[in-house]
Design a protein. Structure first.
Length: 263
């Protein structure tokens, strides 16, 4: 456990295992704990770097742009004495990974984007408008209570309800400020990769779930059409957080991809 000094904030990060470095960047919640289902499997072969986005978890709060968040990853890598790492990002973390690959391409060995997008279409915007309304009108508790409906398949929610109820208290304890969450949502909805995506020139895996009701799989396919030589991996079931719902499938796919790149 350590802190990297960013431009204007302390960034919490952890390092586990040994091997080729892999940095994992979480989605909207921003906490490295999102990757708990991946940690053990990845750490058997890799040096795994987890971190909390600025303004979330155990990192200090400060205003950020997407470019600033990409620079934060570079800062964490510097502090961990890592020249280049495989960068894996979920949703918003994937967008930051895309930005990093454009700003600091030499810092990446590969890029993996999980349930991400190159542009926010009307469906995605409406989903986040609803989430913002919950947050601003009913508060963080209502937002966190509704969150599983956007992340997981219905049956999985039913079968894991006790776990989800227990997680609510932990999430609320470290929940970012309402202002920070609004800023993060607006920032990522404004992201437009556009023609810049064709400049990405490194091994790229784009992974998605066909039943994702928050970030539909067609957005990943659009992203694949824009990033040269990118590889698409789709699962049938698992929804937006399928790395949590079906961790073995996700872990095996990711490890296979990383192994190919490292050969």
């Amino acid at each position: 456990m350590a802190f990297a000094r960013g431009k204007d904030a302390e960034i919490y990060y952890e390092v586990h295992g040994r091997g080729t470095p892999v940095l994992l960047s979480a989605g909207m919640g921003g906490s490295g704990t999102f990757w708990a289902p991946q940690l053990e499997a990845l750490a058997e072969r890799h040096q795994v770097i987890l971190y909390d986005h600025v303004g979330t978890g155990r990192s200090e709060s400060s205003s950020r742009s997407i470019a600033g968040m990409a620079d934060d990853i570079a800062c964490v890598l510097d502090h961990a004495n890592v020249d280049a790492a495989h960068v894996v990002g979920h949703a918003i973390g994937g967008i930051v990974g895309i930005e990093l690959s454009l700003r600091h391409p030499k810092r990446l060995r590969s890029l993996t984007v999980v349930n991400g997008w190159g542009r926010a279409d009307p469906f995605l915007r409406r989903c986040f408008e609803i989430r913002k309304a919950l947050l601003n009108q009913s508060g963080p508790q209502a937002y966190v209570r509704a969150q599983p409906l956007f992340l997981y398949p219905p049956q999985w929610i039913s079968e894991n309800i006790a776990h989800l109820d227990a997680e609510e208290e932990k999430i609320l304890k470290h929940f970012p400020s309402v202002a920070t969450m609004n800023e993060r949502i607006d920032m990522f909805l404004a992201f437009e990769g556009g023609r810049r995506l064709k400049e990405i020139n490194l091994p790229t895996l784009l992974s998605s779930a066909k039943d994702d009701a928050l970030v539909p799989a067609y957005l990943t396919r659009e992203l694949a059409a824009a990033i040269p030589d990118s590889r698409v991996h789709e699962v049938d079931w698992g929804a937006h957080a399928f790395s949590v719902v079906t961790p073995k499938i996700f872990n095996d796919t990711l490890l296979g991809f990383l192994g190919e790149v490292d050969r």
